[in-house]
Design a protein around this ligand. Structure first.
Ligand code: BJW
Ligand code: ZN
Length: 250
């Protein structure tokens, strides 16, 4: 990556008034949270998304699916935000108007100081009833270490006794409409969108940077590898989020 690209991106970011930051799983890699599609370490290399991340999978084997999300939630609890998460919070604090849109189901942005990220794909920390949608608090951590592969019977809804489900958006499910609407509106009205650590393959989330570009915003991308979003980005910064985000705000 050319140093001049970093300088140019930092200048554009410093001058923008309405900024959108759009993050994906690569944002949390340096905190020890795996991505989905990375060639060696992605979750979908080891797990079948159809058997874990669809409503049909939950219906067929709720204990398997609930246990898998409990394991991931416990692992995220033990992870810490990194300098890149803190740089995102700093960009939000500095820009006159900033909106953080994340596809991530972890809470690392919040723990780094971001106030109200738009969680397009839900959260590991917001389980709800699979029938009546009543929110149910997450269970306390009782295990010393997160246990991979542990089957966990989902708790029952205190209102209607149906199984509680993870509060994430599975394949084939609609994104929370008010969150998607707010994200599209922010993207359509921003001057600059910074996309970080997403493969840009999952829709409708992947539309967000495209909406911004179509409306004339400057798109800057941070990712160690090329993605389909290279085509809409004015500047592509090839490298890890934990290094490049702090360098952008210095
Ligand atoms: C680093 C790094 C470092 C590494 N620093 N970077 C149009 C075309 C084709 C298909 C579809 C379409 N529209 C809809 C679909 C179907 C489907 C879809 O998109 N499929 C594609 C995969 C083909 N979409 C859906 O089903 C969506 N729903 C929907 O469309 O509903 C329609 C509907 C309407 C009305 C009523 C009913 C239905 C829902 C999508 C839900 C996605 N859910 C998941 C799981 C969430 C729960 C969980 O955590 O288990 O969300 S899938 C997974 O992918 C997760 C992520 O948020 C999402 C995006 O992944 P992300 O963040 O980009 O991660 P990776 O792993 O893909 O990429 C990581 C990147 O980081 C890489 O580029 C690395 O290089 C980089 N990286 N290290 C910076 N250190
Ligand atoms: Zn219920």
């Amino acid at each position: 990556m050319a140093e001049s690209d970093l300088v140019a991106a930092a200048t554009m970011l410093g001058q923008a008034s309405r900024v959108v930051i759009f993050t994906g799983a690569g944002m949390s890699v340096e905190s020890g949270v795996p991505t989905f599609r990375d060639a060696l370490t992605g979750l979908w290399q080891r797990y079948d998304p159809q058997a874990l991340a669809t409503p049909e999978a939950f219906h067929a084997d709720p204990e398997l699916v609930y246990g898998w999300y409990e394991w991931r939630r416990q692992a995220v609890r033990r992870a810490e935000p990194h300098a890149g998460h803190r740089a995102v919070a700093a960009i939000e604090a500095r820009a006159p108007h900033a909106v953080l849109i994340t596809q991530n189901v972890d809470d690392l942005h919040e723990r780094a100081g971001s106030v109200a990220p738009l969680h397009l794909h839900g959260s590991l920390f917001a389980p709800r009833c699979s029938r009546c949608s009543h929110p149910v608090p997450v269970a306390d951590d009782t295990t010393p270490e997160p246990t991979e592969g542990r089957r966990t019977p989902p708790p029952r809804c205190p209102r209607c006794a149906a199984p509680v489900r993870p509060g994430v958006v599975w394949f084939g499910e609609a994104l929370p409409p008010e969150v998607l609407e707010a994200a599209v509106e922010a993207a359509a009205n921003c001057d600059l969108l910074l996309t970080v650590g997403t493969s840009g393959l999952v829709y409708p989330a992947a539309e967000i940077p495209q909406v911004a570009a179509r409306r004339g915003a400057t798109v800057i991308q941070i990712n160690p590898l090329p993605t389909p979003l290279d085509a809409v980005a004015r500047v592509n910064l090839y490298g890890p989020a934990a290094d490049l985000l702090p360098a952008l705000v210095h």
